[in-house]
Design a binder for this molecule. Structure first.
Ligand code: FEO
Length: 402
């Protein structure tokens, strides 16, 4: 049975939700599932924008059959050649014999890497930046957006209805629950954290490339954004674009402190708790603490993008940094985190060394400053160390914008 939604009079959402997936890209937990959005334009020519992940192919193919109403499929526009969107290219090509794949040269070579279907060059309509495809009433123009999130990515702009098909940009984790427009749900309360987690973990490394896309987008009038995951935007676009401005420039959203800690027997946690309490006493609001061993790093990476100040408190382990903290720091490095203020706490029962090792990692982050002195505990914090921890709390507080 089809499950299709009208986006406009002649544009349809023909995607589907996967609510059984546990790890997106085999890495990221998606407790609310994920939507794979595909769109269909009914015009003199029929156009499908991207496909879906193979997990939802059955639903998707029924949707296509329904919206076509017996017509041929003329064009398949591929904005992003990652298999969560393009797993069904071969099925579409084999089912709709005359469909032309509209893509750029990089995408064509990736299609040939992923698939082995028979196709001569007449199957492809290769486009360059700024090319226009007229489908009858609509004109589609193509804007390249390399590395948002893969090198072949482009976005498509329907100049007739001023709709941007934005590929991975402006997407979110989480299935769409019947409604497909962001203004039909309490997006800020229910989805913004998942949109941030999606952006930071999937595209976060490529801030400058996202900035380039935002610059291009700022020169066109946009009435609607249709991303490949999550809700469609037709109201308050500027609020979401503002978030993208912050995230892609690694600008903190809030002036507060995030404490990420690991604790084998509770003593490092205890120190982190005391520091959090001292910061609260100084008047810091919205302090947030994460145990790196129980919270998946993707959630912490996302929150780190939000906070101005970070504290990493961890244990020396195998003469190195405790494994889950090491994973988090390596993840943050990979995502190009920058523009932060950082304080460090180390624990070690006989040869504490993780503080210097964390310092070495964090020092390489662009425009990032280490605040105060590294605070060291040996096995557990002692009462005669309280003043030193107070000094660290004061140093963090003093470095915050007032
Ligand atoms: Fe949703 Fe980069 O794929």
């Amino acid at each position: 049975m089809y499950n299709v939604k009208n986006v406009t009079k002649d544009l349809y959402w023909v995607g589907a939700n996967d609510r059984r997936i546990s790890l997106f890209e085999s890495v990221y937990p998606v407790p609310k599932g994920v939507s794979y959005n595909s769109y269909f334009l009914m015009d003199d020519k029929t156009v499908l924008f991207d496909t879906v992940d193979s997990s939802v192919a059955h639903q998707f193919l029924q949707n296509i059959e329904y919206v076509l109403q017996g017509r041929e499929l003329d064009y398949l526009v591929i904005n992003h050649m990652e298999p969560d969107h393009c797993a069904e290219i071969q099925t579409i090509v084999e089912k709709y014999k005359n469909v032309k794949i509209v893509c750029n040269a990089k995408t064509e070579s990736m299609i040939k890497q992923f698939f082995e279907f028979e196709s001569d060059e007449s199957r492809y309509m290769l486009v360059k930046e700024g090319d226009v495809l007229n489908t009858g009433k609509h004109n589609l123009t193509f804007v390249f957006a390399p590395m948002v999130h893969w090198p072949e990515v482009m976005v498509t702009y329907d100049t007739t209805d001023k709709i941007l098909f934005s590929a991975d940009a402006f997407g979110s984790f989480g299935a769409v629950d019947g409604n497909i427009f962001a203004d039909e749900v309490d997006f800020a309360a229910r989805y913004m954290d998942e949109a941030r987690r999606y952006y930071t973990n999937i595209v976060g490394k490529y801030g400058p490339q996202v900035q380039m896309l935002l610059k291009k987008a700022s020169s066109i009038e946009i009435n609607m954004i249709c991303p490949l995951h999550g809700y469609v935007w037709r109201k308050d676009l500027e609020k979401f674009i503002d978030k993208y401005q912050k995230w892609s420039t690694y600008t903190p959203e809030i002036n507060s402190v995030l404490i990420a800690y690991s604790s084998v027997y509770g003593n490092t946690q205890n120190t982190a708790e005391i520091l959090a309490g001292k910061l609260a006493n100084l008047g810091v609001k919205n302090i947030e603490m994460f145990d790196v061993s129980t919270i998946h790093p993707s959630y912490i990476v996302s929150e780190v993008f939000k906070y101005s100040h970070l504290v990493f408190a961890t244990t020396t382990y195998n003469m190195g940094i405790f494994v889950n903290m090491e994973i988090l720091l390596s993840d943050l490095t990979a995502h190009n985190i920058q523009n932060r203020k950082v304080a460090l706490i180390e624990n070690g029962s006989w040869a504490p060394c993780c503080g210097n090792m964390m310092n070495e990692i964090v020092s390489k982050w662009k425009n990032t400053e280490i605040i105060g002195n590294k605070f060291q505990i040996k096995s557990s914090m002692k009462s005669n160390q309280e003043e030193e921890l107070t000094e660290l709390a004061n140093a963090i507080f003093e470095s915050m914008e007032k």
